[in-house]
Ligand binder design. Structure first.
Ligand code: 3HC
Length: 709
């Protein structure tokens, strides 16, 4: 059934077992609802309805999941209209249909399950309506059925957040009728179906209305929801359209609500935000692929890990392991640093418990997985070790020499450096093939970007194991070639420089911050500087200036540091702060300091348009990203977008740095950069690759790195 499966294998099977018709969807990898799957489900239901031997039916998925939703690749393209909707066929069936869920029931998958008369799930199953995360809304009746089943507020929470709900919570909410052991889901589903075959009337979610009364008790709930998402959802339509649909569910008959859902879905499907978010979805899956690594590479199992260095970074990395159930040893030669590090970890977890995002028992479990140790000998047996000591080459090399001396031969040796040469680090060992960079972002236990840096001698196994390790601890692993700053930071550095230079030329921190927040960043770059501390890069700048007489420093930032304005921690930085409050307040003193330094240095100051601010910051990074690709240090432009989305707060609904640049057009980006090159000199030298793309009319986001291998 459902024609276009691979080879002769049907996408949907229908078998009768013990009086129950079993409809099995078999469209690997995630049983997405391709047209053939929808047709197959329809045919199967009609068969089951027509067969007197069939008393009830079960809808289930083969492989690892129930149904992960509509086929996202088909959005934005013309689709054949189905002769009948599966939701209507399931819901209208005169024999009970039971959805038996394992793995994921997401989007259209859950919507089909909601159209069934009963739902059972295995304990590990997850359900959700994550459409909003790809810029659309549940378009298969989800916005109308879910509120009828679990209430308006609970449905709104699920649909507007798009979160995955675990089976147990789904049962409490009323989405799932029963949780079954899942030892043999098919037989458990048959047993459940046999129990309900005689029950009439069939429970149809579309006919339920009791839960909709919530709106009468709390008519302001929709407005309150809009207000609560205003900051996060700015510049986006989908979350608001989701709320509008649920509001319709509260006040309109089912069919009218469905019509509204359909209209608003159609409005969103081809919106800019939906296109960008779909791009981001696939880019995040593509980034995992390193094309030259053999698919069948046997990877060592990493069961135990160690982190060297119990500072903020090392502690965060240790937490990343513990958060995903890995035992990890945290080693530091200094008992004081170790004790402080463990305290910091404990406090961070305790804060999550206080906020209600972590259960005390879970905190205890995670803490128990982190074992502080004082000597390298105690980690010798670990499968992988991540060095997270001070970012200075001699210190790193000393650590790697020690690791080389103690670690078992098969151990993988990773360095959490954000910029240093992996080859030089590896040269401190006699096994450079086992060394690679694994660059965590700050805070390591929160940020998802995870750069895996390949040295010239890194073996395929070491590289592939690092990519997998990142994924195993919930990160998004991305390949980076060995160069100063690797891919993420290197592409970001020009942004930071232009940010500082624009202030010299006449822009003000609050203008730059406002432009970037309006663009979609959660906070502006100067506010971020104040959060992380202005002194962080002060030393680096001084060091670089001492080593290179042509080095272009940032005298205004330096002056702030010298005046003790280190950011939030001193109550003053680019802004000032009231005691105990992190809200940045524009400070005329900063304006005066800027004017004074500009005067001393003879900077010409002028006004900037908001557009110029945005373009100066982002075009500089687009140019650098092109140079990175040109040098073969990144595999794809879309990998850089993934890093920006998950490492630098770039607004997801704008796709990423390179995707956004395409919305302006490579030619215009190139022309602007070329004109700034004339005006500002060498730092704006346009990348050759950018010029080529501009001339050919191609898309930056589709550029592949010119890998030299
Ligand atoms: N459509 C098309 N392809 C999909 C897909 C989908 N809905 N879901 C996953 N895939 C593909 C991925 O691109 C990937 O392909 P690749 O191997 O070629 O890179 C492959 O399936 C495996 O996916 P993951 O690597 O993401 O596998 P995981 O096991 O890590 O995660 C998942 C599984 C949680 C199901 C995750 O894939 C996911 O979140 N999928 C999207 C779910 C979703 O958004 N559903 C709603 C769709 S919209 C909808 O249903 C509209 C309806 O309301 C009308």
């Amino acid at each position: 059934m459902g024609g276009d499966g691979q080879g002769d294998k049907p996408l949907v099977r229908f078998e009768v077992d013990d009086g129950i018709g079993i409809i099995t969807i078999d469209n690997p990898p995630v049983n997405a609802l391709a047209p053939g799957v929808r047709d197959g489900i329809l045919e199967a239901i009609e068969k089951g309805e027509a067969d007197p031997a069939v008393k009830g039916m079960v809808l289930m998925g083969a492989g690892r999941s129930f149904i992960a939703g509509a086929d996202i690749r088909a959005f934005g393209k013309p689709r054949p209209a189905p002769r009948r909707l599966t939701y209507e066929a399931l819901d209208g069936a005169n024999k009970p249909v039971v959805a038996a869920i394992h793995g994921y029931a997401l989007g259209g998958g859950l919507e089909n399950a909601l159209a069934c008369h009963y739902r059972i799930a295995v304990p590990s199953a997850k359900v959700g309506l994550p459409e909003v995360l790809i810029g659309i809304l549940p378009g298969g009746g989800g916005t109308q059925r879910l509120p009828r089943l679990i209430g308006l507020k609970a449905a709104m929470d699920m649909i507007v957040s798009g979160r995955h709900v675990p089976a147990e919570e789904a049962k409490e909410l009323g989405i799932i009728d029963a949780i079954v052991p899942g030892k043999d889901l098919r037989q458990e589903a048959i047993a459940f179906a046999k129990e309900v075959v005689g029950k009439r009337p069939l429970p149809r979610v579309r006919d339920m209305s009791a839960k909709l009364a919530e709106a009468k008790a709390d008519p302001g709930m929709f407005e309150a929801m809009r207000k609560s998402i205003a900051r996060k959802a700015r510049n986006q339509k989908a979350p608001y359209h989701c709320i509008a649909c649920i509001e319709a569910a509260a006040s309109k008959p089912f069919e009218e609500g469905i019509a509204i859902e359909r209209r608003l879905f159609a409005e969103l499907e081809n919106s800019d935000e939906a296109k960008a978010l779909r791009y981001a979805f696939f880019a995040e899956r593509e980034v995992a692929k390193v094309p030259w690594l053999p698919k069948d590479l046997a990877l060592p199992q990493i069961k135990t890990a160690a982190v060297v260095g119990a500072g903020t970074m090392g502690g965060g990395i240790a937490m990343s392991f513990a958060d995903f159930g890995f035992p990890v040893k945290l080693v530091d030669a200094s008992p004081e640093v170790l004790a402080k590090g463990m305290d910091r970890i404990r406090n961070t977890y305790a804060m999550s418990v206080k906020r209600g995002s972590l259960a005390q028992a879970e905190m205890d479990k995670r803490l128990a997985l982190i074992e502080p140790v004082e000597s390298y000998e105690e980690i010798a047996d670990c499968d992988a070790v991540i060095e997270a000591v001070f970012e200075r080459m001699p210190v790193k090399k000393e650590v790697f020499a020690k690791l080389d001396a103690v670690m078992k031969p098969a151990a993988l040796l990773y360095s959490n450096t954000s910029a240093l040469d992996i080859d030089e680090i590896a040269s401190a060992t006699k096994r450079p093939q086992s060394v690679a960079g694994t660059h965590f972002f700050v805070p390591a236990n929160v940020m998802k970007t995870f750069e895996v840096v390949e040295g010239s001698k890194t073996s395929p196994v070491t590289l592939a194991a690092a990519m997998k390790l990142g994924r195993d601890i919930g990160k998004i692993s991305a390949y980076a070639g060995n160069c100063d700053g690797f891919v993420a930071n290197r592409s970001r550095i020009p942004f930071n420089l232009e940010q500082g230079l624009m202030i010299e030329e006449g822009a003000l921190p609050e203008q730059v911050d406002k432009v970037m927040v309006d663009f979609g960043y959660p906070v502006g770059p100067f506010t971020v500087n104040d959060m992380s501390g202005l002194d962080i890069s002060y030393d680096t700048r001084k060091r670089r200036a001492a080593a290179d007489p042509t080095y272009r420093g940032l005298p205004i930032t330096d002056r702030l540091v010298e005046l003790g304005r280190l950011g939030q921690k001193t109550g003053k930085g680019w802004y000032r702060y009231e005691k105990g409050d992190r809200t940045p307040i524009v400070d005329p003193e900063v304006h005066a300091i800027i004017a004074q330094v500009a005067d001393e240095k003879g900077f010409q100051r002028r006004t900037f348009s908001d557009e110029e601010v945005l373009r100066r910051l982002l075009f500089s990074s687009v140019n650098e990203a092109c140079k990175i690709l040109e040098e073969g240090k990144a595999i794809r432009a879309s990998d850089i977008d993934v890093m920006w989305l998950n490492g630098f707060g770039f607004p997801r609904y704008r796709g990423g740095l390179m995707y956004w640049a395409d919305t302006i057009g490579a030619r215009e980006v190139y022309n602007q950069i070329a004109s700034w090159h004339q005006r500002y000199g060498a730092r704006w030298r346009p990348s050759d690759l950018l010029r080529e793309i501009a001339e050919s009319g191609g898309l930056l986001r589709q550029v592949e790195g010119r890998m030299r291998r």
